[in-house]
Design a protein around this ligand. Sequence first.
Ligand code: UDX
Length: 458
Amino acid sequence: MIDTSRILCIGAGYVGGPTMAVVAAKCPHIRVDVVDINEARIAAWNSAELPIYEPGLDEVVRAARGRNLFFSTDIAGGIRDADIIFVSVNTPTKTFGQGAGYAADLQHWEKTARQILAHATRDKIVVEKSTLPVRTAQAMERILDGNPAGVRFDVVSNPEFLAEGSAIADLERPDRVLIGGHDTPAGRAARRIIADIYATWVPRERIIESNLWSAELSKLTANAFLAQRISSINSISALCEVTGADVDEVAYAIGTDSRVGPRFLKASVGFGGSCFKKDILNLVYICRSHGLGEVADYWESVVAINEWQQSRFVRNMLASMFNTVAGKRIALFGFAFKADTGDTRESAAIGVARQLLAERAVVVITDPKALGSVREELPEEGDRIECEIDPYRAARGAHAIAVMTEWRIYRDLDYARIFASMEKPAFVFDGRNILDHKRLHEIGFNVYALGKAPLRHV
Ligand code: UDX
């Protein structure tokens, strides 16, 4: 019999932490332990200053921590005491060996499987939460099946669809929860146990059960489809700029077709985040390994357009600023990969900063939550970048402002005051199309937005 009154989660990152906090808050009858090898991260989860910024997270953690939510580094003890183990360790893109640059690096995943094997003394359900290549569960099962103690393990795939910045809302009211398991009596029973936990707060019709491989592949496919929408609209933004069409009008017109839908059609300097690029490359690798070269090329082009959009943005800056930015101060508004998060992984701002520095610009970065990782993301640049929390001070003496992240605060700044403090002619490059371009033009700025005709004075 599986004891359903305790859950263990291995991995206290962006997925494991918020997911388990919501499970604990919604299910006071279940004890939830979250463990991680990183002591500093666990100490932060136990402190007033949580290791990640996520709207609403503080309240949820505060409500459950110490009651039925516990953070610790005792991985062995956690495995021994819980029969349901969520595995949420990171699976970054491999940087070495076969599949380097594409395949997922499964070393943390495999280490975790071996730890479970070493410390388990009774039957357990192992839930894959990390995004994994299709058929990883099989590898997991092979490792677990090698156990001498006769312990039974059922592997279930429960991919996470939460987006950073809206993680708590996504967890509390998910579009769907996907649970994949083997189509055997034991597999179906394991699937049902996990479904019952979610059913405490998610309507049953939103809990989808499928076979293991469908669940694993659905996660990669969902992210590939979402990223493909952004690359599609970004490719059209370039066409708008040369034809006089307006990309926001085009996005609105196509999004009102109910077969397309309005969301995820906002042109940008490029998508970022820990998932999209990684998952697409993973999909590409899987397709190539199965001899499906055309399918691999099709999905890889989504990543190629994203990189092209970033470089195109910098090329446009250069061309409009008289073909040189050398020695010019340029303020980047935003460094996070999107608003409402401090996460900078794969942020478009990194590539833009790097290309501007290569043109010898003086780059000043401002961001309300993400300045802490500027040095880490751009280690080679040392003191050629300035970090400045106050956007007014960041823009002082600058030739140009480039909006990288759609933080709400950037909409509401006093741009007349900013204009007065900048070098002239002053430029704004809106990489998120969030500013009031007409008003900025009236103030005196030369305004370049994505997928729109420029509003110039020079
Ligand atoms: C994504 C998926 O949404 C989530 O379901 C999955 O589990 C993990 O990956 P996340 O990376 O947190 O979540 O962010 P998301 O909101 O999807 O945004 C990704 C990137 O696309 C951001 O850089 C965002 O700014 C950009 N974006 C999004 C656009 O450029 N245009 C849009 O219309 C939407």
